[in-house]
Design a protein around this ligand. Sequence first.
Ligand code: SF4
Length: 441
Amino acid sequence: MDAADSMKATSKSEKSLHASNEVFSHVLSYYKRAHEAKAKKTTKIVYHTGLDPVEIDYAMGLIPMFPENFSAACGAMQLAQPLIEASESMNAPEDLCSYFKTHYGFMKGEFPESLHKALSRIRLPEPDLVVACMNLCRLHPLWMKITAEHYGVPYFSIDAPVVPPRYDQNPLVYDTQWGNQVKHALGKEAIAYGVAQLKEYISFLEEHTAQKMDYERLRDAVAHSARMGEHFREIFELRKNVPCPAGGEDLNTLVFFAVTMAGTPEAADFYARVVDEIRQRVAEGRGVLENERFRLLFDGIPPWFNMGLFNYFHKFGAISVDEMYPETWCAALDPSNPLESLAVKYMLLMAHTASYRAFAEYSQDRVREYKVDGAILWNLRTCRMISTTYVPRAQATLEQDCGVPVLVLDADQVDPRRFSAAQILNRIDAFMEMLEQKKYG
Ligand code: SF4
């Protein structure tokens, strides 16, 4: 974001990796493939919430689609606001989740031809089945139920425990158990519960697609996802280098494959190429910035309508080196235990279910390993999961348990009306000045 752009509510990021600039064409292909399948009736379209076990869908030859991804794409293409306003004209409350309102406005609204045309490349095909998982957000199951009722299709909700039983008392298991950020062993009963839920989900799909799950294909899909996860995790490992070889402007885009295509060889191959590109940079000692002076954490769903914000940090010699949002999908899996490892990856992740102590340990690890100078928490006022659960806990652990300065910014992920450029940039400027004093005196 240059000086001329800095007062705008919308801007695009400039990415530094070649691979990141290819992502959008893959997004368009993904939507196109789904439309073709729908038109030719070659397979079924299954709507999902953001962090669902889609390896199961891919193993059954189904196409998972994500209304949240659609809303994010609308944000990036500056199309979310009219859809949100369409929802609000149907009495959706102002402080209701803006992802939901973007999709609801699209699903229920009537729009001028110009908006239809603009939406044509990322238009969601109608679903045949609708699924939610209770692993992240209390709105997810309600949102998907409303969607299933709107289209008159079957709906299934996968349950997940809020806090895995006896999480804190169990021994350390880094690298011996799969999943994302799994630090303490999970109780067997928690994994068994997750597996039982996944089996019910498979039965639901079998019933409504009239085909049986082929468990060899499931192992293959989990193997692709495991390979994808290894590469994705390596990207984050490489980012711990100083200077950082890939910033938040790249990672928030690259996450598209991990969200939508876990279980496909395409996603694993793409990340393998990204790893090669980043490894090359690290070998040459090259970072995104020539003179890296500050390393930031950026947590919260990013402002898709204004991703140039990540480039704005560069003018201070600052770079976002780790972000909660893409890191959420960094899971390890064991293909020989497909259902158990999917249960750990999706239903027992510690992203928001961990106790305060476990979360503090996780924050301390992040700060130490990524050599963090400061943190920016993008506080999504319309997302209760972020604003009431994640941000207060992250602020407390980072400030009190890690001694890291934190800047909390109230904003949104797709609604530019909630982005006051002057106010936000002023606060970032002041925060960077404080970090300057703290680090360089
Ligand atoms: S409330 Fe938050 S977590 Fe839930 S759907 Fe909206 S943005 Fe996602």
